[in-house]
Design a protein around this ligand. Sequence first.
Ligand SMILES: [Zn+2]
Length: 150
Amino acid sequence: MDKFMERAVELAVENVRCGGQPFGAVLVKNNNIVAEGVNELHKTYDISGHAELLAIRRAQEHVQTNDLSGYTMYASGEPCPMCLSAMYFVGIEKVYYCASVENAVEVGLGKSKAIYEDLQKTKAERTLSMIQMPLKEGQENPMKLWKEQS
Ligand SMILES: [Zn+2]
């Protein structure tokens, strides 16, 4: 097993021993670990406290950038849709994972798989309702403003 994945799994094991969920992540560039994270939902009321997101946040703070292209994520568990989206936004193009979302379901952590399945459905069929609301008459349009300024 790759040394970076070994570290991600080691972080996950330590996190479980400390009362957390079995997720650790390591963000690597040029064969060096730039940032690490573990799932911190047992410590903070912050749903974004996932291992991968925290590793991304720390790397961004460290390097002061919104572009982490060229970085590789090593996650002890297959990333959830939130962390996967963050990786898209920040430009990460490769992620290695150990346990699959199916493995997570087997131990009672089924939310990622459920969300992935929900996202396969049309907007109208999803469990989360998304309803578009148009601007009011005369209301300033931030999209138009953005286009004018860029
Ligand atoms: Zn996540």
